[in-house]
Design a protein around this ligand. Structure first.
Ligand code: ADP
Length: 525
């Protein structure tokens, strides 16, 4: 029963006769209880200085300082004032002696010769009381610690929200200005630069929001890994592709030390590339322009070590242990100007752990650069794997397709349509569920890009209805939503969607999927 606080409880036994002490000890002995024995008042006081005592059993008649005198001294000292006392008395005369300080703490009398049961049950009460007190103290301390942790989390959350608002607003100003420029002089030389700038800002916004969504999903355990066998080389290539623009923009040189022979991992290729891409981006961000970044892969036993080294700002010794915590940002000018939310590394760490690996950070201090090393287990057997073919190129010649775009957000639908037209496809728009079905009936699309939240009839129902029609059984139907939770993907699959794309749609991903579709050969019917 008494199993949680495993503190030891002390009783003090004071008697001038050794044999009395021994028999008391024999009577009271139990687990979790230590019996401190003293042969005199002064000896007892010494023990009381060293230990917190739950109960004192005092013989009344002792040479020198007797039991009452000892009790009075105990009551006079703050530390021992509240210790419960049981006096062991030899005769009725003892009762008549007044004991001052009676009122300060529990006092009881037991008549000698001692009845074992009475002594045991009385001391049991004090043992239990003290035990409960220990429990309470422990719970109080725990509550205090939790409250402190909550306060700290709350403070970080507030800081995070402030940073978030700031970071989300940052890209909006140049986008708005850019629009103004385009409106005033749509064909000027600057227009192209403005467009590039706007694209970059939007990419940045989308990344922030993706990270936020990811963090929320990871912390709720809602990220599913799409496990596959994948080569380290292809992970690194994909990561470099993502971070290349920033590395170039900041005029860094990137050196790759990667083994020639393929090394294989078991994991989610997108997430693995995201891990390394994030580290490369940080290296590019936190290194002053014209720096040197190295990406290397080496094996160690059954593991591969992937490391990203830079010669940039470095990380101070006191920040290093905190760097992977959520919302941690080192307060320096670059962190502020480079803009981030302080969630990148927390996310990276969790993703690495989901792949049964770990990540460490090393820096010789501020100004001495940083190195982040990801350790991942290599795939079990090194048998050659079928070469992963990556259908990447969006500009691969694609046959013209008929695309039905269903979205109640008209600007979004139109711009998607224009982009499709630019790569040679035909499109038609519908802005609600019923219109979507009617349009499909006459337009006979090869592909339907279908929003989920629609007026009238939602995207799931539109998809289910289309699938019931033999003409649309094999049509590529792609869901486009702002919701990327696993549950949403499942609903989309159940409704008969082939794919699920997050808004704003990544045009490259979309065109990859379109590149796989053969347009129907239609009879002029
Ligand atoms: P963010 O970059 O959004 O601030 P991260 O979680 O990616 O958030 O990084 C947390 C902090 O760690 C950054 O603010 C930065 O100060 C520090 N940091 C990360 N990578 C590096 C690096 N390569 N060199 C120096 N500092 C870094």
């Amino acid at each position: 029963m008494h199993n949680s606080p495993n503190e030891i409880i002390y009783f003090l036994l004071v008697d001038d006769l050794e044999e009395n002490l021994l028999s008391l000890e024999a009577l009271l002995r139990r687990d979790g209880l230590v019996l401190l024995k003293a042969r005199s008042g002064p000896e007892a006081l010494e023990l009381l200085l060293k230990h917190e005592v739950a109960l004192a059993l005092l013989d009344v008649q002792m040479p020198g300082m007797d039991g009452f005198e000892l009790a009075e001294l105990m009551r006079g000292t703050e530390r021992t004032r509240h210790i419960p006392i049981i006096f062991l008395t030899a005769g009725a005369a003892d009762y008549q002696r007044r004991f001052r300080g009676y009122e300060t703490g529990a006092v009881d009398f037991i008549q000698k010769p001692i009845e074992a049961d009475i002594l045991r049950s009385k001391s049991q009460v004090f043992f239990d009381l003290y035990y409960q007190q220990l429990l309470l103290i422990r719970q109080r301390d725990e509550l205090r610690r939790n409250a402190e942790a909550l306060l700290e989390a709350d403070r970080r959350k507030d800081e995070f929200l402030a940073t978030l608002a700031h970071e989300l607003r940052n890209p909006l100003a140049p986008i708005r200005n850019g629009l103004q420029v385009l409106r005033m002089s749509p064909d000027s030389n600057t227009a192209e630069q403005v467009r590039t700038m706007m694209e970059r800002q939007i990419t940045h916004l989308v990344r922030l929001i993706d990270d936020l969504l990811d963090v929320a999903r990871v912390s709720q355990g809602k990220i599913d890994l799409h496990q596959e066998r994948i080569s380290v080389q292809s992970v690194l290539t994909a990561a470099v592709e993502v971070s290349h623009p920033l590395i170039e923009q900041r005029k860094h040189t990137l050196t790759m030390n990667i083994p020639e022979n393929d090394l294989w991992l078991e994991g989610d290729s997108t997430r693995l590339a995201q891990i390394i891409g994030n580290l490369l981006n940080n290296a590019a961000k936190y290194t002053p322009e014209g720096g040197a970044i190295t990406l290397s892969a080496t094996t160690e036993g059954e593991d591969v070590l992937l490391s990203v080294t830079d010669n940039g700002l470095g990380i101070s010794t006191d920040m290093l242990p905190k760097i992977f915590e959520m919302f941690t940002q080192v307060d320096n000018d670059l962190s502020r100007t480079q803009g981030g939310l302080g969630i990148g590394l927390a996310l990276v760490k969790r993703l690495v752990e989901m792949h049964h690996g770990n990540i460490t950070a090393h820096s010789d201090g501020l100004g001495h650069g940083s190195r982040f090393t990801v350790r991942l287990p290599l795939a079990a057997s090194a048998t050659a794997s079928p070469a992963a073919t990556n259908p990447t190129n969006a500009d691969a010649a694609t046959a013209p397709l008929r695309v039905l775009i269903v979205d109640d957000n008209i600007p979004s639908a139109k711009t998607t349509g224009w982009m499709l037209e630019l790569i040679g496809h035909q499109f038609i728009l519908a802005h609600d569920g019923h219109a979507a079905l009617e349009t499909a009936n006459t337009f006979l699309p090869d592909v339907v890009l279908l929003d989920i939240g629609l007026p009238g009839m939602n995207g799931y129902d539109v998809c289910k209805t289309l699938r019931k029609d033999a003409r649309f059984r094999d049509t590529l139907i792609i869901a486009q939503t702002g919701w990327g939770q696993e549950r949403d993907r499942q609903l989309a699959t159940d409704a008969g969607f082939n794919h699920h794309l997050l808004k704003p749609i990544d045009f490259e991903k979309l065109s990859e999927q379109l590149a796989l579709v053969k347009p129907a050969v239609r009879n002029a019917a």
